[in-house]
Design a protein around this ligand. Structure first.
Ligand code: 5RP
Length: 236
């Protein structure tokens, strides 16, 4: 499954490999999105095919759903699952309190719904994702297309009163077209540099009409499994 891996891929792989040890027979598992989460889905698929592990997976994106089916994981919806035993997902940044920025892959809405509906959320990350203060990675927010430019202006105005360094807001693009999420929405990336009060920012953003969800995951993650390029793994 792995062949010769670059250090970054090795870090992602070893974190994923360790995290799937938390998954037991019969569990309903939230399946994250992104390159690290893809390793986790492949590892789980191997356990299903070769060890007879019986799980049902709730994917957080169409990309992950396709991969999960491809590797042999039974895919169900969150409504069919009702509740999940564990979700394993990647992150763009995590801090010492295990608060996260997610949404680099544009799947933050389903990811947050799924993680919140889980007994446990495990984040898998390479060591480059660890930060003292969140915000160097642009914070994604999902906004509905209707009036998105007005929403963008209102978000820029709102940021004036927030404890952040930068205030630039850009629309995420895919080539020449706006990036469209699985839910048919747009993504705005907030270039904040440093987020002094993630809890407050998350609450204020979500109060704005037009904003569906933001990529700050506060008090949701329980464990971070951190992989290094030399194959070491640490748990936070
Ligand atoms: C997708 C996400 C991803 O988990 C996050 O962007 C990390 O991705 P990668 O593992 O590829 O670095 O939040 O919306």
């Amino acid at each position: 499954m792995t062949g010769e891996l670059s250090p970054i891929d090795k870090a992602k792989f070893v974190a994923a490999k360790r995290a799937v040890e938390f998954v037991e027979d019969g569990m309903r598992v939230g399946l994250g999105t992104g390159s690290t989460a893809a390793w986790m889905v492949r590892c789980l698929g191997e356990m299903v095919r070769e060890d007879g592990l019986k799980i049902r997976g709730v994917p957080t994106s169409t990309r992950t759903a396709e991969l999960a089916r491809e590797v042999g994981i039974e895919v169900i919806t969150l409504d069919e699952a009702g509740w999940l035993d564990v979700t394993i997902d990647g992150a763009d940044e995590f801090d010492g309190k295990l608060n996260l920025i997610k949404g680099g892959g544009g799947a933050l809405l389903q990811e947050k719904i799924v993680a919140t509906a889980s007994d446990q959320m495990i984040v898998i990350a390479d060591v480059g994702k660890e930060v003292e203060t969140l915000g160097a990675f642009p914070l994604p927010i999902e906004v509905i297309p209707f009036g998105w430019q007005t929403t963008k202006l209102l978000v820029e105005e709102l940021l004036i009163n927030m404890d952040v360094l930068g205030r630039e807001v850009t629309q995420r693009m895919k080539g020449d077209e706006p990036f469209v999420t699985d839910e048919g929405n747009f993504i705005l990336d907030l270039h904040l540099g440093r987020i002094g009060n993630p809890h407050q920012l998350s609450m204020v953003l979500n109060q704005m009409p037009g904003v569906v969800e933001n990529g700050l995951f506060i008090d949701i993650c329980d464990i971070v499994v951190l992989g290094y390029g030399d194959g070491r793994v640490e748990t936070r």
